[in-house]
Design a protein. Structure first.
Length: 227
């Protein structure tokens, strides 16, 4: 909570309220911290304020919406790679071994495990697919469901991102349109979505940070707010 006297007198646009709030929220010692946020591309004043503190807009996220046309075919998974649905248990959780594999992959891509988000994803998008090589090694995972929202997607090799998105688009027919938030770094998934007939909706969201984290050539979040 920010004390009211910290921003006393700051009322109205341009009065410094946002700057005062941000300065109170930022850690005094930034050693070991990564500061990041997602902002609207149509907010240059806010983006400039964050950038002044080193939290610079560095990568766009685009919301792509639609459904594949009847003639579209998804790019095939590489030879030896198979995708299979992970059947959730009655409480919509997954077995501990699979959860451990997902956590290890997440740590390698974005620096942290997030089992709480996986639990939420399984409730909202219960179609979880894992992708493995012939030895059974986990190469990636992706979520989809009847509501149409796709993500997160995580893959060991960036070349898998496009085929995995294609597989998810084809695996489940949603009640309406499919929708996925794609990072600007994710070329493979972006090209797959556009080829399938999905289109960019609205202005992009900007990922801002003071030091790079995560590998978004290999990771697609559920949304920019859940990175």
């Amino acid at each position: 909570m920010v004390p009211l006297d910290a921003v006393r007198g700051a009322t109205g646009a341009g009065a410094g309220l946002g700057k005062a709030l941000l300065e109170r929220l930022l850690p005094g010692d930034r050693e070991g911290w990564t500061l990041s946020t997602c902002t609207d591309a149509a907010q240059p004043i806010s983006n400039g304020l964050y950038a002044a503190h080193g939290i610079v807009p560095r990568m766009p996220f685009f919301n792509l919406v639609g459904r594949p046309s009847g003639v579209w075919r998804p790019p095939p998974l590489p030879d030896g790679v198979t995708g299979a649905r992970v059947e959730p248990r009655s409480d919509r959780s997954i077995d501990a071994e699979t959860q451990t594999e997902l956590d290890e992959l997440d740590r390698s891509l974005i620096g942290a495990a997030h089992p709480e988000d996986h639990a939420y994803d399984l409730r909202e998008r219960p179609w979880l697919f894992t992708y493995r090589d012939g030895s059974g090694r986990l190469l990636g995972y992706g979520y989809t469901g009847e509501v149409g929202r796709i993500g997160p997607i995580a893959v060991l090799d960036a070349k898998l991102q496009g085929p995995v998105l294609g597989h998810l688009l084809a695996a489940v027919e949603p009640r309406g349109a499919s929708a996925v938030w794609l990072p600007g770094d994710g070329d493979g998934a972006f090209f797959t979505a556009l080829a399938a007939g999905l289109r960019i909706e609205g202005f992009p969201t900007l990922l801002c940070f003071d030091r790079r984290f995560g590998d978004f050539t290999r990771y697609v979040p559920t949304s920019p707010g859940l990175i």
